[in-house]
Design a protein around this ligand. Structure first.
Ligand code: ADP
Ligand code: MG
Length: 554
C-alpha cells in the first residue's frame, strides 16, 4: 500500500547507464559495418588506421566494462559521466587524427559525445561538450595539417594531404554540422530537462498525496471498507479489521458476504446508488462477537460520477449500547429504591408500636389461653420477618460506603467466604478463592459493603443448589475484576434481564433484594456487575471495580 521509497541517486545512475548503452550500441554498429565492409572488399582490414579503429572499438568495450564496475561500486554517477565523455572526446580526437584529420569520415564521433553529455546534464552538458568538440576537432585538424602532430606510422590518409581550400571547406562543413547538432540537442535537452522536472514534481506530488490519503484512511477511528460493484473488498482499514476481528489479508479482494455476512446480505438488496445512514446492525456471534455496528453506506463515485462500488463506514456501538443499557437499568433501580426506602420508613414506626404492644400483651399478668399465645407467636414471628425485610430494604436504599479504605481484593474475598461458611446454607457447598497470579489489586471501599455483596452472591449460588463455587480475582488495566462462578442450574434467559430489580425473586420466601442491593452497592463504587451463563453450565457473576489510585499492591 505504501509508495516505493525514492532513491535520490537512482535517476542519474539510470541516465549514466543509458549513456553507456548508447555508446556501446553505436560502437557495435560501426564495428559491425566495418567487418561487413572488409569481408566484402577483403582489403581494408590491413591498413593501420583500420587496425587502430578496431583497437579503439575494443578499448571502448573494455572501458564500458570498467565503467559498469565503477557504477556498481557506487562511484558518483556525475563524475563517472564526465570521465566517460572526456574519454569519448579523447578517442574521437585520436581517431580523427589517424584517419586524415579534417577530412576524417569519423568526425561524426564528436557530435555523438554532445548527445551523450546532453543525456546527463541536459543543456549545460550539451553546450560544454559542443564547445569542447569544436576546439578539439579544429586543433587536431590544424595541428595535423601543419605537421605539428606527427602522422601515425603506417596510415594511408594523412592530414597534410589536404590543400588549404579543402582543409577550410572540411572544417567549415564539420563545424556547421557540430553546431547544427549542438543547437538541436541543446533545444531538445532543454525540453527534456523541463519535462523531467515537471514529471518529477508531479510524481512527488502524487506520492505525497497517496501517502497522505493512505495515512488518513489508516488513522480513522471508524471502520472504512470500500467494495467494488461485485461486492469484492477493495480496501479495508485497520479499525475495520479490528472491529470485525478479521485480518487484512483474509478480507482483501474477498466478497463482502464472506467477510461480514450480515452486512453482505444487507447490501444485496440495495441499488448501486443507494445511500444508507444510521443503519444499526448486530453481528452474529461468529463474526466480531455479536458487536453492534452503526453503519452508513454511500456509493463510491469516480470524477465522472460513475459508480465504482460502495463506501461502508462504521462505528462500533457495542460499548455505547451497553453503557446506555446499564444507565437505564440504574435509573429504574434508583427510582424503585427511593420508593422502597420511603415505604420502609413509613412501615417501620407502626411496626415498632405493634411489636411493643404485643410484647406488653404477652407479658400481661392475666393468663392468656394457649390459642391466644399461639396467635401472639405468629404475630411476633411475622413482625420479625417484616423487620428483616425492612432492614434489607433500607440497606438497598442506602448503599453508600460509610468509610472507604484501600482493601486488597483477594483478602476481602477470603473474609467474605469465612463469614459465609458459618451459614448453615454453606454446608453443602465448597468455595474456592483463586487470587490470580498477578499482584493483588487494591480497591477503595467500605469492606463490610463489598463483603455483603459477595455474601449475597454466595448465598444465592448455594440456594440455587450449586455444589462448587469459585471466586477469582484479577486486575485488567485500571479495573479489578472479581468473578463468582457456580455449577448450579444457571439463570433462565427470561429472568436474566430482571435479576437486579428489587423484589424480583423466584424463591418462595425470597425478598428479591439480594442482587438489587449488590447492584446498588457496586454502582455506588463506580463499578459494574453482570451475570452470564457459563459455557460449562451454571452462573457467573462478574464484578469490576476501579483500582485504588496507587495501583495494584505488590
Ligand atoms: P432472592 O435471593 O431473595 O430471590 P436475589 O436478588 O438475591 O433475591 O436473587 C434474585 C433471583 O435471581 C433469585 O430468585 C434466583 O432466581 C436468581 N439467581 C440469583 N443468583 C443465582 C444463581 N447463582 N443461580 C441461579 N439463579 C440465581
Ligand atoms: Mg438472594
Amino acid at each position: 500500500m505504501t509508495g516505493t521509497p525514492r532513491d535520490p541517486s537512482g535517476d542519474p545512475r539510470r541516465r549514466v547507464a543509458y549513456l553507456m548503452l548508447f555508446r556501446i550500441g553505436l560502437v557495435s554498429v560501426v564495428f559491425g559495418s566495418l567487418l561487413m565492409l572488409s569481408w566484402w572488399s577483403d582489403s581494408a582490414l590491413g591498413d593501420t588506421s583500420t587496425r587502430l579503429l578496431f583497437g579503439l572499438i575494443a578499448a571502448t568495450y573494455v572501458l564500458t566494462v570498467v565503467y559498469a564496475v565503477m557504477l556498481r561500486r557506487g562511484t558518483d554517477p556525475a563524475r563517472l559521466a564526465s570521465l566517460q565523455i572526456a574519454a569519448d572526446l579523447a578517442i574521437a580526437s585520436v581517431l580523427v587524427h589517424a584517419t586524415g584529420g579534417a577530412q576524417s569520415p569519423y568526425s561524426f564521433f564528436f557530435p555523438l559525445s554532445i548527445i551523450g553529455a546532453a543525456i546527463i546534464w541536459f543543456r549545460t552538458g550539451a553546450a560544454i561538450s559542443l564547445s569542447a568538440s569544436i576546439v578539439l576537432y579544429v586543433a587536431v585538424s590544424l595541428l595535423g595539417w601543419w605537421g605539428i602532430l606527427p602522422p601515425i606510422e603506417g596510415t594511408i590518409v594523412l592530414p597534410s594531404d589536404l590543400t588549404q581550400v579543402e582543409l577550410l571547406r572540411a572544417l567549415a562543413l564539420n563545424i556547421a554540422t557540430f553546431l547544427a547538432v549542438g543547437a538541436l540537442v541543446v533545444n531538445l535537452a532543454g525540453q527534456l530537462a523541463r519535462t523531467s522536472a515537471v514529471l518529477e514534481t508531479e510524481r512527488e506530488g502524487a506520492a505525497i498525496l497517496r501517502t497522505v490519503h493512505e495515512d488518513i484512511v489508516r488513522s480513522l477511528a471508524g471502520g472504512l471498507i470500500t467494495v467494488d460493484n461485485n461486492g469484492a473488498v477493495l480496501t479495508i482499514n485497520d479499525a475495520a479489521c479490528e472491529i470485525l476481528a478479521v485480518s487484512f489479508q483474509a478480507s482483501k479482494d474477498k466478497p463482502i458476504q464472506n467477510v461480514v455476512p450480515a452486512l453482505g446480505a444487507h447490501l444485496e438488496n440495495l441499488g448501486p446508488r443507494a445511500v444508507v445512514r444510521r443503519l444499526e446492525l448486530t453481528l452474529d456471534s461468529g463474526e466480531g462477537d455479536g458487536r453492534t455496528l452503526g453503519i452508513s453506506i454511500t456509493p463510491l463515485l469516480n470524477h465522472q460520477d460513475g459508480v465504482l462500488g460502495r463506501i461502508i463506514n462504521f462505528q462500533d456501538l457495542t460499548e455505547l449500547r451497553a453503557v446506555e443499557r446499564r444507565a437505564r437499568q440504574g435509573e429504574r433501580l434508583a427510582a424503585i429504591g427511593r420508593l422502597a426506602a420511603g415505604i420502609a420508613h413509613e412501615i417501620r414506626n407502626p411496626l415498632a408500636s405493634i411489636s411493643g404492644s404485643i410484647e406488653l400483651l404477652a407479658a400481661a399478668p392475666a393468663e392468656a389461653d394457649d390459642d391466644e399465645r399461639a396467635l401472639m407467636d405468629i404475630v411476633t414471628r411475622e413482625i420479625d420477618r417484616l423487620n428483616h425485610l425492612l432492614t434489607d430494604l433500607l440497606e438497598y436504599a442506602n448503599p453508600r460506603p460509610r468509610q472507604a479504605v484501600p482493601v486488597e481484593v483477594p483478602e476481602l474475598c477470603a473474609a467474605a467466604v469465612r463469614a459465609f461458611e458459618k451459614d448453615p446454607r454453606a454446608a453443602a457447598v465448597t468455595v474456592r478463592v483463586d487470587p490470580g497470579d498477578g499482584d493483588a489489586p487494591l480497591v477503595s471501599t467500605d469492606p463490610s459493603k463489598l463483603e455483603q455483596v459477595l455474601w449475597n452472591l454466595l448465598r444465592n449460588a448455594a440456594e440455587a443448589g450449586a455444589s462448587h463455587i469459585t471466586i477469582a480475582t484479577a486486575a485488567a488495566g485500571d479495573r479489578a475484576i472479581i468473578t463468582v462462578s457456580d455449577d448450579g442450574p444457571g439463570i433462565p434467559a427470561a429472568s436474566r434481564d430482571r435479576l437486579f430489580e428489587p423484589f424480583f425473586t423466584t424463591k418462595r420466601h425470597g425478598t428479591g433484594l439480594g442482587l438489587a442491593t449488590a447492584f446498588a452497592i457496586i454502582t455506588e463504587h463506580a463499578g459494574t456487575i453482570e451475570a452470564t451463563e457459563r459455557a460449562a453450565g451454571g452462573t457467573e457473576f462478574s464484578i469490576t471495580l476501579p483500582i485504588h489510585p496507587g495501583g495494584a499492591n505488590s
